[in-house]
Write a protein that binds this ligand. Sequence first.
Ligand SMILES: *Cc1c(COP(=O)(O)O)cnc(C)c1O
Length: 224
Amino acid sequence: MTVKENLQKIEDEIIAACQRSGRDPDVVKLIAVTKYVTVERTQEAIDSGIFHIGENRVEGILEKEETITGAINWHFIGSLQSKKVKKIISKIHYLHSLDRLALAEEIQKRWSKSEPLKCFVQVNVSGEESKSGLNPKEAITFVKNLEQYPAIEVVGLMTMAPFVEDPEETRPVFKQLRLLQQDVQALALQHAPCEELSMGMSNDYIVAVEEGATFLRIGSSLVG
Ligand SMILES: *Cc1c(COP(=O)(O)O)cnc(C)c1O
């Protein structure tokens, strides 16, 4: 399948899910996760009308960023070791995996632009041991503590749902992230507008859209 064909199908599903849940489809943005595919396939995605590219490895971002052309927003979606921050900090537009103050500290040290880096605080809503992210109980305090780092703007929250046969089972996870987002928004913190929700992958993006996702991270069913 071409990326264009996959994209058409996914966009149709997003529109239908928005209609069911009374949402505006224009606020749902699609990140093509290109970690499994080549530079050529990534370029095909961009030529098909994708503006957001996501990678979970530092090497992946560097390799693709070097060769690919177009007006692209680069998203780092994997766990990021502090010592690797300096390699990619100037290449990325969004970080989806902010989960500890030591990482914020390192970003602060390396950041050189006047606008802060757009970050998602990653929350491990499901509590699976294999997943990174903060315990939901710690998330509010963590977000407050980020105020001391002017290089960081908390644009939203991010989570990964467990992989399950029936995507319907992921709904409570997405719902809980949205409730947590409301708690953060109620604080009205200047450094944490928290207007975005990064949630939904190939297996569960339809449910995620119904529950309020604004950034979907889709790999296998979009680019392969
Ligand atoms: C790989 C990955 C995705 C995309 O997964 P698919 O199931 O292929 O859509 C999304 N988010 C993160 C953090 C990932 O590592």
